[in-house]
Design a protein around this ligand. Structure first.
Ligand code: CUA
Length: 327
């Protein structure tokens, strides 16, 4: 049901994550050294307690309880602290800046085009490979945490504050991002996809995202919000648009190029080109989209989107065709 996007902090595809995974292996090694020394001394103490009780106590306290752990932990601390400046260094000026806002339980993603104009999308982030990018993170409601395990560390998203994160992807591919701070019912389903591509494909994608939609319409019947009832003579996508506008979807969702301009829920402009629906929960296929519209709360318990029980199968089919056409 969920795509096979990689989500391991040890299977790295970015500079920050590489450092974190090295630190993990060093810490696991250091912990092993401490464990072996302490357990070795305990075993030795058990077998020699009758002959030299005092000497063993001294060994346990000095060797097992103090000296070896202090040496090993000091080395690990120095190593960890030495990694920090690079992880915390901001991305160089001119790097792409992506604003991400955590919302229960999805992600508002904002890019800027060359002119600085805002391009909003949701639950999917494209990044150019071999280049640092800066994320500016905040929240609209509670504390969330933004984490792409394959690319780098996690950073909290707090309402009323902007936190920053630099990532530097080194491999192309599709990766999984998650919310790493418990934020309520659907926390475990607050996910997103990250697509790392070459620079040219990234720029192409960004230009496309900035374009308003040319929604395929059957012009013969007219179009727009004034025509609210599905007209049997028009194309399924046009009928889907009418269902979208008349059934209240547009109160929460925006689709640039149509009259839908809600801002409470995810922006659905170019929805058809996204890899997942429901914030990384389902792959974006017509079957899954129909399932999502029919059984919204079964797929994602706690989700804020109401279940539209009044939608009949034909309306759902039209909606699926319309949303799929938003390329
Ligand atoms: Cu948002 Cu957990």
């Amino acid at each position: 049901m969920n795509g096979s996007a990689s989500q391991s902090a040890l299977d790295t595809a970015g500079k920050g994550a590489e450092k974190i995974s090295e630190l993990f292996y060093w810490m696991a090694g250091g912990a092993s050294v401490i464990w072996i020394v302490v357990i070795g001394l305990v075993i030795y103490a058990i077998y020699s307690r009758r002959e030299h009780p005092l000497r063993m106590t001294r060994w346990l306290v000095i060797g097992g309880g103090a000296v070896v752990p202090v040496i090993v932990l000091t080395l690990l601390l120095s190593y960890g602290l030495a990694l920090l400046p690079d992880l915390q260094r901001p991305a160089p000026a001119g790097s792409p800046v992506i604003e991400v806002v955590g919302v229960r339980w999805w992600w508002r993603v904002i890019y800027r085009d060359a002119a600085g104009d805002r391009i909003e999308t949701a639950n999917e982030i494209y990044l150019p490979v071999d280049q640092p990018v800066e994320f500016q993170l905040t929240s609209e409601d509670v504390i969330h945490s933004f984490w792409i395990p394959t690319l780098g560390g996690k950073v909290d998203m707090m309402p009323g504050r902007t936190t920053r994160l630099k990532l530097h992807p080194t491999q192309e591919g599709v990766f999984s991002g998650v919310c790493a701070e418990y934020c309520g019912t659907a926390h475990s389903q607050m996910r997103f996809r990250v697509v790392v591509t070459d620079q040219a494909s990234f720029e192409e994608w960004l230009v496309k995202q900035g374009n308003d939609l040319a929604v395929p319409r059957d012009r013969s019947g007219g179009s727009g919000p004034e025509r609210l009832l599905p007209d049997a003579t028009s194309a399924p996508t046009a009928q889907g648009e009418q269902v979208f506008l008349s059934r209240g979807c547009s109160a929460c969702h925006a689709i640039r190029g149509t009259s839908a301009d809600g801002s409470v829920g995810p922006d659905l402009t170019h929805f058809g080109s996204r890899l997942s629906i429901a914030a990384g929960v389902l792959d974006n296929t017509p079957e899954n989209l129909a399932l999502w519209l029919e059984d919204t709360h079964g797929v994602k318990p706690g989700v804020e989107m109401p279940e539209f029980e009044a939608l009949c199968d034909t309306e759902i089919d039209f909606l699926v065709q319309f949303l799929g056409s938003l390329q």
